[in-house]
Design a protein around this ligand. Structure first.
Ligand SMILES: C[S@@+](CC[C@H](N)C(=O)[O-])C[C@H]1O[C@@H](n2cnc3c(N)ncnc32)[C@H](O)[C@@H]1O
Length: 454
């Protein structure tokens, strides 16, 4: 096997075919059972290990292989970083066909466990049984579970005892919710049949020690809701924010729901370097806080602000990058699709007493026009941080028309980043590249590229 792909697949070759193999790691020599043949590639699973990779390590989590997260725990962290670095290099040179300077090593994560500040657990009456449990003939007392979705089985939940992704009290709170619900005969949600009371829960933590817990119910039952929430409040008196939501919809998303406060504050606060952020129940926030700080610091370092620059921050989210760089430049204008995020961005700007930010809600391709540039002045620097799909071609063309002297492209998908940069290479050259690892044990990678006008 040669490289890593998403969903826990490794990439190998058979004659002229690319083969995606489940559960193998780069460096393994394996026999493969092919179960899917597509034009140009095969998919398969490992039939027999001929020679294990020297980069294989023992996974640290008992749920590894069953649970959908942390797919690369059996690959050493050094090897993970190397393959992510290679992915960035290959994307920029093979997809983008760009002339690039030397790519420095990827910035490793400060912590490779307990690095997430937000987790969502699903409550379900369809517990996933492991092969070992089935083989041992263990008949569970209950099929109610609180944990993560089993990949490719959307209604099945892996009951999580200990997750290595989020610091305490995350595990303690989740396990207490399950224990209380089982002891008191609460029903757990059945997403197929749309019945059951206890539906989902979120835990958000900050580096400043604040914690928000949100419990989701499928319908209102005041007595049972209050009993669980009062119990959690008594068990965990230090929770900053204890919230709940009655979600009667078919799906689990809570963005369109009214999330109410049971006790404490309706938000938590995080400190990211010199900037303070208020995070509400529905606010987006980068999920690895120390690495987000490192990422924003790279953006600021690449920008080399002199204090007067007119900056556009496209896909600004809750204005995180805009608020982070505002003290170093003349003015920042942020654009973001989600209205609630823009409300947060304005709030965060006020919280940090910034007077040089402006935020707009809407699609970048609709807002970023000539008249917009006339109103806000041509940018000296454009920072763009689009979602995985990259930028709309219209946005790339608008950026070419704007012709800012410098552009900083932050991306969570080097392939679409390379595609977009290729469309700009007649006008911009790549000056600097720095990838950051925000998600150890996954294939995800964040990459920052500094461009300057030729
Ligand atoms: C990768 S996130 C970046 C957020 C922010 N820069 C940060 O560091 O927290 C991408 C953001 O783009 C927004 N978005 C996606 N498509 C968009 C579009 N077409 N126009 C404006 N915003 C969009 C998403 O809602 C999301 O907040």
């Amino acid at each position: 096997m040669e490289g890593v792909a998403d969903k826990g697949f490794s990439i190998g070759r058979h004659e002229d075919r690319v083969v995606f193999v489940k559960d193998a790691v780069p460096g393994d020599i394996v026999d493969v059972n092919v179960y899917r043949k597509r034009k140009g590639y095969y998919e398969g699973f490992m039939k027999e290990m001929r020679q294990p990779s020297k980069d294989r390590v023992e996974p640290f989590c008992k749920h590894f292989g069953v649970c959908g997260g942390c797919k690369w725990q059996h690959l050493s962290y050094e090897a993970q970083l190397h393959h992510k670095w290679l992915e960035v290099k290959n994307a920029l040179t093979r997809i983008g066909k760009l002339d690039i300077p030397e790519i420095p090593p990827i910035l490793p994560a400060q912590a490779t466990q307990y690095y997430r500040n937000k987790l969502e657990f699903t409550c379900s009456n369809k517990k996933w049984l492991t092969r070992e449990e089935i083989d041992a003939g263990i008949e569970p007392e209950s099929f109610n579970a609180v944990g993560f979705h089993r990949p490719r089985a959307f209604d099945k939940i892996v009951d999580i005892e200990h997750c290595h992704l989020q610091a305490e009290p995350s595990n303690a709170v989740r396990n207490e919710v399950r224990k209380f619900a089982l002891e008191n005969n609460y029903t757990f949600f059945d997403i197929k049949r749309q019945v059951g009371f206890l539906r989902q829960m979120f835990v958000r933590t900050t580096t400043t020690g604040e914690v928000m817990v949100i419990i989701g119910f499928f319908y209102e039952d005041v007595e049972r809701r209050m009993a669980l929430l009062d119990h959690l409040r008594a068990k965990f008196p230090d929770l900053t924010s204890l919230m709940y939501v009655i979600n009667e919809k078919k799906n689990n998303t809570i963005f369109d729901q009214d999330v109410k406060c049971h006790s404490g504050l309706p938000y938590i606060q995080e400190q990211l370097g010199h900037v303070r952020f208020r995070i509400g129940a529905k606010s987006f926030f980068q999920t690895n806080t120390p690495q987000a700080l490192a990422l924003y610091q790279i953006v600021a370092d690449f920008a080399e602000f002199k204090g007067t620059e007119n900056v556009y921050d496209l896909y600004t989210g809750i204005g995180s990058i805009a608020c982070f760089v505002a003290k170093d430049c003349g003015h920042v204008t942020g654009i973001e699709e989600i209205e609630a995020a823009i409300e947060d961005a304005k709030l965060n700007s006020d919280l940090n007493e910034l007077t040089n930010t402006t935020f707009y809600a809407g699609l970048v391709r609709d807002i970023l026009s000539d008249s917009f540039a006339e109103k806000h002045g041509k940018p000296d620097i454009v920072i763009t941080d689009p979602p995985r799909a990259g930028m709309h071609e219209k946005v790339v063309n608008l950026l070419l028309e704007l012709a800012a002297p410098r552009l900083i492209y932050v991306s969570c998908n080097p392939a679409t980043q390379a595609r977009d940069l290729a469309l700009m290479k007649h006008m911009y050259k790549v000056d600097k590249i720095q990838a950051v690892d925000m998600f150890p044990h996954t294939h995800h990678i964040e990459n920052v590229v500094l461009l300057s006008k030729k």
